[in-house]
Structures are given as C-alpha cells and as structure tokens.
Design a protein around this ligand. Structure first.
Ligand code: NDP
Ligand code: A1CAB
Length: 288
C-alpha cells in the first residue's frame, strides 16, 4: 500500500476505513485484555459499527470506560462464552504464559486468533491457543482511527479469516500485511513503540524551550502544537518528510543552526538507530 494522502473529500487514500465491512462482520469476537491498546481497538470497532452484542471482553479489572460499554451490549467476563469466531489477544506478552491456556477455551477448530502482543510469535500462539493465528502490531493512534498496524498471517489462515482480521485492524487506521514474520520485531520498534518517541520529542522540545527562557506553560503549548501540527501536515501532504523539513530551513537561518546539531555525526541519527536496535532486541527477547 502506498503512502496515505488525504483527499479533498476527507477520505484517506490507502487507508480508508470501510465501516460496512465491520457492520457485516460475522460471528462472535472475544477481546482478551482491554487495557490501553485493546481498549483503543475496541473503541474503534464499536465506532466503526461493529455490533456490540457480538463482542465478548475478558478483562480482570475493567476500567470505567470498558464497564460502561456493557450498557451498549458487550458481554464482559461471561462465564460460558464457549468458542468464538475471532479471539483478539491484547494481554501483555509477559502475562500470556499464564493467561494463554485459559484463552484456549474460546478457540475452536475454525477460530481466528489475532494477537497484538509484542514479541509473541505465531508458533507460540499456535502452541498455547491453537486456532489460525494472525500476529499484528498496532499503535496507540488507533484510539483516534489514525493508527498503523502491520500484520502477518499463519499459513493456515483462510482468505475469509484474513479479511476479518483486516477489517478489525483497519477500523483503527491503516494496515500493512507482510509475509516475513521476522520483520515484526523491527516493526514493533518503529511503529508499535514509535508514538512514545514522538511524545518524548514534545516533552524535550518543551524542556529545551524552558532552558532557553520560555515560561513552562508556553513552552509546553508551543511544543505540543508544533508536534501535532507537523504530524498533521505530514499526514495531509504528499511531500516527503525531508522536503517538509527543507521547507522550514532558510539558508543560514535559525533552523539550519539547530539542524547542524541534530544532524551531526553524534546527532539524532545514531541515537535513533541505537533506540530502534534496543527495542528490536527487546521484542526478540520477549519471544523467549
Ligand atoms: N501500548 C501500546 O502502545 C501497544 C501495546 N501492544 C501490545 O498490546 C498488549 C497490551 O498492552 P497495553 O494495552 O499497553 O497493556 P495494558 O496493561 O494496558 O493492557 C493489558 C490488559 O490485559 C489485562 N489482563 C491481564 N491478565 C489478563 C487475563 N488473564 N485475561 C485477560 N486480560 C488480562 C490487564 O489487566 P491488569 O492490568 O489487571 O493486569 C490489562 O488491562 C501487549 O501485548 C503489548 O505488547 C501493541 C502495540 C502497541
Ligand atoms: O512497549 C511495548 O512493549 C509495547 C509494544 C509496542 C508498544 N508498546
């Protein structure tokens, strides 16, 4: 899929959310783990028209928001859900060895199992839960329908199951399918964890503004709006990020002075390479 470009009619080329697909989705869906990421996905599904009555949520300590969804018809921690058509696993990878065997009771011969757990491999999913596994890595902008998910399917996943997984993931933003599961560790490092790096940029930009003499409240506002506005510009523009950067940089001006520091040999590039390598390594460790 190519880059996303917002059209004049408001749709986004390359990642248009097709709510009809969610409305027409068949069968029951169980979500195990309605924390930050699972909860964001559930919100996206319901907003996209998924019938709440077909959703089962397994969550030991549901937040007030998740509890309130019970009023819309989702079944929260039912005793006898039986097997489901789709099980989405959004517990922590460290919890999976303990939680996984209990989740097996939801999995029948034709159950699609979609996991968003960092590091957890298709082989581990098949071993613990059975079913036909899709390993996916979303990110938290999913909460506003602007996430990006990368997914890889086990060989036994049917075309219909893949379409179901695609519809559920696409309800929270764009989706890229890959064939090579080994890419998922680096994917997790770049886009799964990536929002945290951007939020850190906003924090540090504000801190540096204070160091430069700005009142904290103003610095925080300037940093937040600069990161958000730049992200939106990147989202709507067809231009490469390097071009958008160059458009800010007047020759011999202030941006060039800052970029000389940020793009120096010991600047952002080696730092980012080290950060992504550390996250990739951690994703591989979580598989063990
Ligand atoms: N946060 C992110 O940005 C992203 C996270 N992920 C993946 O999503 C998964 C969840 O992460 P995140 O949402 O951040 O973590 P959270 O801790 O917010 O969510 C996990 C939820 O699972 C619940 N839980 C614990 N045990 C069970 C169980 N036996 N059955 C059902 N639910 C259980 C937890 O409850 P309790 O708190 O009571 O233990 C918690 O509410 C992880 O595997 C992570 O790798 C993927 C992409 C991005
Ligand atoms: O930090 C983590 O391990 C999870 C996976 C990607 C984002 N959060």
């Amino acid at each position: 899929m190519g880059p996303c470009v917002r059209r004049d009619d408001g749709t986004i080329h390359g990642d248009t959310v097709n709510t009809n697909t969610l409305q027409n989705l068949h069968g029951t869906i169980a979500l195990a783990g309605a924390g930050k990421m699972g909860g964001a996905m559930l919100t996206g599904w319901l907003a996209g028209g998924l019938d709440a009555k077909r959703v089962v949520v397994i969550e030991p300590q549901p937040s007030a928001e998740i509890g309130a969804l019970a009023a819309q018809g989702i079944r929260l921690n039912p005793k006898d859900a039986g097997t489901v058509d789709t099980l989405v696993i959004a517990v922590k990878p460290q919890t999976f060895p303990e939680a996984g065997p209990a989740l097996k009771s939801f999995v029948g011969a034709s159950t699609l199992v979609v996991s968003i757990m960092a590091g957890t491999t298709i082989a581990a999913l098949e071993k613990v839960c059975g079913g036909a596994a899709v390993r996916a890595m979303p990110n938290t902008p999913a909460a506003i329908g602007r996430g990006i998910t990368v997914a890889v399917a086990a060989k036994k996943v049917s075309a219909a199951q893949r379409a179901t997984a695609d519809a559920l993931l696409r309800a929270t933003g764009s989706v890229e399918w890959v064939e090579d599961e080994s890419l998922m560790d680096a994917v997790t490092a770049v886009s799964g964890s990536g929002p945290a790096y951007v939020f850190l940029l906003a924090e540090e930009l504000a801190r540096a503004g204070v160091e430069a003499g700005l009142p904290a409240e103003l610095a925080t506002k300037l940093a937040r709006q600069t990161v958000a506005g730049s992200g939106e510009l990147l989202h709507r523009s067809e231009l490469a990020s390097a071009t958008l950067r160059q458009n800010v940089t007047s020759p011999g001006g202030t941006t060039a002075a800052a970029l000389e520091v940020l793009m120096a040999k010991d600047g952002l590039q080696p730092l980012m390479i080290r950060a992504i390598a550390a996250a990739t390594k951690r994703s591989k460790e979580l598989a063990k």
